[in-house]
Ligand binder design. Structure first.
Ligand code: FAD
Length: 346
């Protein structure tokens, strides 16, 4: 069995944000510093312990911003009947340790000194406030944030947003939408709201599925090109990326295995790649520390480039057409198609 790339972090503090949301402040030991470098908008994957050693895992976006907040912060909102969110809110205390996979995700602006339009609904504020703080830490760049919530008491980070706006006059505009006041935001209302900002560099959207659909429709109607709109969908992982992995049998050319050459961290390795084995499973089983997070084809932490040959992805919920054209694939979902394949993670 091969090891996972999980790390152990200490919970420095637990902050009650609202009646049903808590933040965990996580300290990163010095020796793990490099592995926890992150971009605003990325997320961590936390191990949720289960009975008899069986566990599961849940992703939580970083609400902290690199270069701004000294420690990592994730903010978890309870979901009715939810296993992970309630376990975290009920059980995690300062001083405890927690197993975590390093930051991953592509919900992050290409440049932080531009003019952004951000939409957040409920707990969808977590990756969004990270982006807000990162932009405001630059000498230039502005943010318009439309933030939807059930009512005033459920607004996470309301005081922090007020302070951020006060400290950067003219650079952060927060438009609160409260269901208790205006009703649920419709695509019509959102389109009217987005229209004056449709020329901004990019839009980032995170929140409950119906909210995100309404915002995506509204931005389309307001004239913002699709390639400028980045969406982050919250969902629960079905597998457990912390679990021990099954061994991958040795294979040779006679069994239909492909010849793989893979570059990782400046080193070239060669392996036989069995036809039905996913690239990430093969590399971890052979002792390489290949990057990964969700293991389910939707976070892009394991993305790598096909230099020659061909692979097939079993699932791809994250890479766009232009990524595929440039040769990007997901290691966790790729199986070989041609007899020889050359891959690079560098
Ligand atoms: C990239 C990313 C970032 C995220 N960031 C955040 C964040 O910053 N903050 C945050 O709060 N969340 C975030 N999430 C969501 C988070 O990972 C979890 O999905 C969320 O906390 C719910 O997990 P849970 O274990 O509590 O609920 P689950 O146990 O997964 O249940 C979810 C819902 O499904 C129902 N359900 C479960 N099992 C069944 C069943 N068998 N039949 C019928 N219904 C069922 C539950 O009752 C519940 O309503 C993020 C997700 C992703 C992918």
């Amino acid at each position: 069995m091969s090891e996972t790339s999980a790390c152990t972090l200490t919970v420095l503090d637990v902050v009650e944000e609202t009646a049903d949301a808590r933040s965990l402040i996580l300290g990163v030991p010095e020796e793990l510093g490099d592995r926890f470098d992150y971009r605003p908008g990325q997320f961590l994957t936390l191990r949720i312990p289960g009975a008899e050693g069986r566990g599961s895992a849940r992703c939580y976006s970083l609400a902290s911003a690199p270069g701004v907040d000294p420690d990592l912060k994730v903010t978890v909102k309870r979901v009715d009947g939810g296993v992970g969110s309630n376990w975290i809110c009920d059980n995690v205390r300062p001083g405890q340790t927690i197993e975590v996979l390093p930051p991953a995700g592509v919900f992050t602006p290409e440049r932080l000194n531009g003019d952004l339009l951000l939409f957040a609904g409920g707990s969808g504020i977590t990756p969004v406030i990270s982006i807000v703080k990162a932009v405001l830490a630059q000498p230039e760049g502005t943010v318009v944030l439309c933030y939807a919530n059930r009512d005033e008491s459920s607004v996470i980070f309301s005081a922090e947003l007020r302070e951020l706006a006060a400290r950067a006059p003219g650079r952060l505009q927060v438009i609160h939408l409260l269901e208790s006041v205006q009703g649920l935001p419709t695509a019509d209302a959102l389109a009217a709201l987005a229209a004056p900002f449709a020329g901004r560099d990019a839009a980032f959207v995170c929140g409950p599925a119906p909210f995100m659909e309404a915002v995506a429709e509204a931005l389309g109607r307001a004239g913002m090109p699709k390639q400028k709109i980045v969406l982050e969908r919250f969902h629960s992982l079905s597998g457990d990326p912390f679990a021990e992995r099954e061994p991958v049998p040795e294979a040779d050319g006679d069994t239909g295995a492909a010849k793989l050459s893979v570059t990782l961290n400046g080193n070239v390795h060669e392996f036989r790649w069995p036809a039905e084995t996913k690239l990430l499973d093969l590399l971890l089983a052979r002792g390489l520390k290949a990057p990964y997070s969700c293991g389910e084809g939707n976070c892009a932490a394991c993305s790598c480039r096909v230099v020659s040959g061909e692979v097939k992805m079993l699932v791809n919920d994250i890479l766009e057409e232009e990524d595929l054209e440039e040769g990007w694939v997901l290691g966790c979902q790729s199986v070989p198609v041609t007899g020889e394949v050359e891959i690079s993670f560098d």
